[in-house]
Design a protein around this ligand. Structure first.
Ligand code: ASP
Ligand code: MG
Length: 454
């Protein structure tokens, strides 16, 4: 039986007409039924700049950015020789971009809500162009299927947390059945947008930067896809960032649990939330390069054939360590509760944590420091110490917390590097610790050599 495949292409895979045709060719060869696209490379950043400029600078400055975005898309449209209906659709989006920017300019107010509406245009424009690329590739192969542009917002229902909206899974399932039920007939290749959604009230939302992977996974879940493919500009997930270790190797296969840890703890190829929907529906995920579709890429699955102790390592820069101590914690209860309540009230997510009798240390992204109220609130219940310029190093693998001697091997390898905090025991799949930012590269290089290259 034919498989229902959802394929996502990132911004670089949408870079120009040639990239779009190459991506469409990959989708065709894979037998995809649904192609989810990012904005063309650089466009989301340009739209953000447009919103900010329209809000605070002269209209002529805003117009310069509009022209740049316009020119980029017109060039692709003319290279693809866009038919009239799609050209009209693209024109309408250009008009919407100019009107939104003008509205922001007149009000001198670019709210997150307005920004979402503006940013949604990136994906909406690229999807119009990519629909034509897909149609051309289908024609070239004399395939009877047709390419169809679908507005992802009709399906991807979210809450109203503009800027980082949360998909509402059960509505999406119902909307997918209603609007995309025909996918199982395998007569259509749907082209749609990543990153964007819509509230029940009809407002456009986005899922947060880099959210197209997540969109694709949510849509794959909605249509109960058999496979989710994430096509990017690197040939799958590597054992570590090849820019840090030239000997990093592509991983053929990795379990959902390990890949989730890897994405959360710093590997850039997948958006950290991407795997959640795939895990919920047990949909295998393939990560590959649209520029080198022959390269093997990586399969992420529930079950894999081998479970090495250390499969990969990642680092997350710009971390801070916040240590909270109070003598009142001695034999008292409720202190952790109070601390977590404060983090919860400020919607701050904690990554790693260690505790002793009278102190608790947590790692946070350094952007958290911008929230002065958080630190003030914490200071009311404990002495607060903040250390900056740290990197969280994570070793990802299997059975990590049940392997005697692993800690010794790790710390012997980096004996001369000062380790600030260690988290071991909570996860079978992750061993993480903090080092200072300037020693992070050296730490990864040595550990990669010891555990992966050896
Ligand atoms: N275009 C959006 C961004 O640049 C979403 C994505 O590419 O995943 O963040
Ligand atoms: Mg992206």
């Amino acid at each position: 039986m034919a498989k229902l495949i959802v394929s996502k292409f990132g911004g670089t895979s949408m870079g120009d007409a040639e990239c779009m045709l190459r991506s469409a060719e990959v989708a065709y060869r894979q037998g995809s039924s649904m192609v989810v696209v990012s904005a063309t490379s650089g466009t989301t950043n340009d739209l953000i700049a447009l919103g900010k400029t329209a809000e605070s600078q002269s209209w002529s400055e805003a117009e310069k950015i509009i022209s740049k975005i316009h020119a980029r898309h017109v060039k692709i449209a003319s290279d693809l020789n866009l038919p009239t209906d799609l050209l009209q659709a693209l024109e309408t989006l250009f008009e919407e971009m100019a009107s939104l920017a003008k509205g922001i300019h007149l009000l001198k107010d670019c709210s997150v809500k307005a920004m979402d509406a503006l940013m949604s245009l990136g994906e909406r424009m690229s999807s119009v162009l990519c629909t034509e690329a897909m149609a051309q590739v289908l024609r070239k192969h004399k395939d009877a299927k047709s390419a169809k542009l679908v507005d992802a917002r009709d399906v991807l229902r979210t809450d109203d947390a503009f800027g980082k909206a949360k998909p509402i899974t059960k509505d999406i399932e119902a909307l997918s059945n209603k609007h995309l039920g025909y996918l199982r007939d395998f007569k259509t290749v749907v082209v749609t947008q990543g990153y964007i959604g819509r509230t029940e009230e009809g407002m456009t939302t986005t899922l947060g930067r880099g959210g197209s992977d997540y969109s694709a996974a949510i849509l794959a879940e909605g249509v109960s896809a058999d496979v989710l493919e994430i096509w990017t500009d690197v040939a799958g997930i590597a054992t570590t960032d090849p820019r840090i270790c030239p000997k990093a190797k592509p991983i053929d296969e990795i379990s959902f649990k390990e890949a989730s840890e890897l994405a959360t703890f710093g590997a850039k190829v997948l958006h950290p939330a991407t795997l959640l929907p795939a895990i919920r529906k047990n949909i295998p995920v393939f990560v590959g390069s649209s520029f080198d579709a022959e390269a093997r890429g990586t399969w992420v699955r529930k079950e894999v054939t081998d479970y090495p102790l250390i499969r990969a390592m990642a680092m997350r820069k710009k971390q801070i360590l916040v240590t909270l101590s109070t003598p009142e914690m001695l034999h008292a209860h409720g202190f952790l509760f109070q601390i977590f309540k404060i983090f919860n009230d400020h919607k701050v997510s904690i990554d790693a944590i260690t505790t002793s009798e009278i102190s608790v240390s947590v790692t946070l992204d350094d952007s958290t420091l911008l929230n002065k109220r958080l630190i003030a609130d914490l200071s009311e219940i404990a002495d607060v110490q903040v250390e900056e310029n740290l990197t969280l190093i994570s070793l990802i693998g299997n059975n990590i917390n049940h392997t005697p001697g692993l800690g010794k091997q790790i710390f012997e390898t980096i004996a001369d590097i000062n380790v600030r905090m260690i988290c071991l025991g909570a996860s079978k799949h992750n061993f993480c610790f903090l080092v200072s930012e300037d020693q992070s590269t050296e730490t990864i290089q040595r550990l990669h050599k010891k555990f992966v290259e050896a």
